[in-house]
Design a binder for this molecule. Structure first.
Ligand code: MRU
Length: 334
């Protein structure tokens, strides 16, 4: 689904080669950490369709395609995780007929896709227990079904709480500059019949002060070994506001979003995007021509501001290196 066209129209775009997939990721037609990992892995299958029938050249082409797709966006680690998984699967089959390797890679991406569905539902089940009946929940950007294989991460928690009969009211931050909250989260929740109120990003503090928010739940693009979490720009500010107002701040993400190679969030690469997204959102000029712009797509919330991280294996609380290693160790074992 081309997410840049939402909420005006539901349009599907077919990608027939890796270039189309790269462009779809770069331009946010497909977006959200798990979804871009899945899309990129399908991109690998498209890219090796025309690979030469010689093993060395085939593997070289596979490498080129994976590196090319990895260059689309730098922050969400799910992208690199999925591409690495495809590469590793191919490596285990070296020496086998190339058609068999192609088939195995298609099976691999289908497995990644299916697993993500299951992970999201598991996140929903764990997270639901943290939500009280009659809660106001604030979320940022879109961490819903649109951003994953299905169901979402932060929104999975909300869907599951509603499925359990809890009454919730969601406040969706519009999420400047690209309005994923207004265009996508509001659309998605409305489609599911979940009560949602759209607010501008700068209204979050007031809504909290008025006592309308009992929990903040967001997704993640990359979580460092110590729990520092990169997510859509504005998330860090929300975490500070939540701490001041004594509101729990939850991050919901699958284990594929953790990057245990990075000891802390300062090492997470942050994507800088085109200034025109700020000066001319959706083609409408709103700032003086030539104005200087800073447009980081993500920020990093320190672990100490995160009440808990909800992943498919359980709730990590408190958030630190040890508790993360313990849960992810379990994830690897189980
Ligand atoms: O730039 P985007 O729209 O890809 O940013 C997405 C987010 O920040 C999401 O919160 C994150 O990827 C989690 S999606 C389950």
């Amino acid at each position: 689904m081309d997410q840049t066209r939402l909420p005006r129209e539901v349009v599907y775009r077919e990608c027939h080669d890796e270039r189309a997939v790269w462009e779809a990721i770069k331009t946010l037609q497909v977006r959200g950490a798990p979804a871009i990992g899945i899309a990129a892995a399908y991109g690998v299958c498209l890219g090796i369709k025309s690979a030469p029938d010689d093993e060395q050249a085939f593997f070289q082409r596979l490498d080129e395609v994976a590196s090319y797709l990895a260059s689309s966006r730098p922050t969400a680690v799910n992208l690199f995780w999925a591409l690495d998984r495809m590469r590793r699967r191919a490596e285990t089959l070296r020496g086998q007929p190339l058609d068999l390797i192609r088939k195995a890679l298609l099976e691999e991406v289908r497995a990644i896709h299916e697993e993500d569905r299951a992970l999201c539902h598991a996140i929903g089940r764990w997270g639901e227990s943290l939500i009280e009946d009659r809660s106001g929940i604030l979320t940022h950007c879109n961490a819903g079904g649109l951003a994953t294989a299905e169901y979402g991460t932060a929104l999975a928690v909300i869907y599951e709480a509603v499925a359990k009969g809890k009454r919730v009211h969601v406040f969706a931050d519009e999420t400047r500059p690209l309005l994923q909250g207004a265009r996508l989260t509001a659309w998605e929740l409305k489609a599911h019949g979940i009560p949602v109120t759209l607010i501008c990003d700068n209204m979050a503090a007031e809504v909290m002060k008025e006592g309308k928010v009992q929990a903040v739940i967001v997704g993640a693009d990359r979580i460092a070994a110590n729990g520092d979490t990169a997510n859509k720009i504005g998330t860090y500010g929300l975490a500070i506001l939540a701490r001041y107002h004594r509101i729990p701040f939850y991050v919901a993400a699958p284990s594929s979003t953790f990057d245990l190679q990075l000891s802390h969030g300062g090492l997470i690469p942050i994507e800088q995007r085109d200034p025109r997204e700020v000066t001319s959102p959706f083609g409408i000029p709103i700032a003086p021509e030539g104005i200087d712009v800073y447009n980081p797509a993500f920020d990093v919330t320190p672990a100490e501001l995160i009440t808990a991280i909800i992943c498919e294996k359980g709730v990590i609380r408190p958030v630190n290196k040890e508790t993360i290693a313990a849960i992810l160790g379990r994830a690897l074992a189980g």
